[in-house]
Design a protein around this ligand. Structure first.
Ligand code: FAD
Length: 166
């Protein structure tokens, strides 16, 4: 998923715990990027998006190289790399792929999934929420079977629930 998705996801605090890939320790010169769902399938938009993303990644690589030289006096190479990557990541876009492990209790998931699978939610996190609903209603129907997935006016899947949190 993209960093913009996880930025929204981690706002759900109560009952959740997160562990996300570090951009300070991990080299992003080979990172993947997540195409925003609204752009997928449109050749012109994808080309525009891809050009920006590729240039950002090239700039990241150049910045890391220069920063490694600039901080050449730092003896600990791991620390020097971290200093370089944490500054260079500033040019990486929201679409940069990340990995995140999420633990949540059933009540927390229900609230998050209701909010993020609705038609008002951003498309990538909505796609993710609908996928999680499908999985959880199979795994744990007693907690999640009141979610109804439907085709929304924008021709994408959304979900609604019968029992709201009070
Ligand atoms: C469509 C959409 C658009 C959004 N747009 C924006 C935006 O533009 N800007 C922005 O900043 N955010 C935005 N958000 C994020 C939103 O403001 C919330 O941060 C997010 O939905 C998580 O809130 P939450 O209350 O469910 O989560 P949590 O903070 O995890 O809280 C869950 C529930 O636990 C309870 N709780 C939490 N903490 C405590 C506590 N300390 N004491 C007692 N009870 C507690 C409350 O009942 C709360 O509702 C958006 C969210 C959505 C779904």
């Amino acid at each position: 998923m993209s960093r913009s998705l996880t930025h929204e996801l981690v706002r759900h605090r109560a009952g959740f715990a997160y562990s996300q890939l570090s951009q300070r320790y991990v080299d992003e010169s080979q990172a993947n990027f997540v195409v925003p769902p609204a752009i997928v399938g449109d050749e012109i938009l994808e080309k525009e998006w891809r050009a920006q993303v590729d240039e950002a990644q090239r700039s990241y690589v150049r910045l890391v190289e220069h920063l490694m030289e600039r901080y050449g006096w730092v003896a600990d190479k791991v620390h020097r790399r971290k200093m370089s990557r944490e500054a260079a990541r500033g040019v990486l876009p929201n679409s940069t792929e990340t990995k995140i492990v999420v633990t949540g209790n059933a009540r927390a998931w229900r609230t998050m999934l209701e909010l993020r699978s609705s038609e008002g939610a951003e498309l990538e996190i909505r796609r993710c929420a609908v996928a999680i609903i499908k999985m959880l209603s199979r795994e744990s129907p007693a907690f999640f079977s009141d979610f109804e997935i439907y085709q929304a006016d924008d021709r994408r899947e959304a979900a609604r629930i019968v029992y709201h949190k009070v």
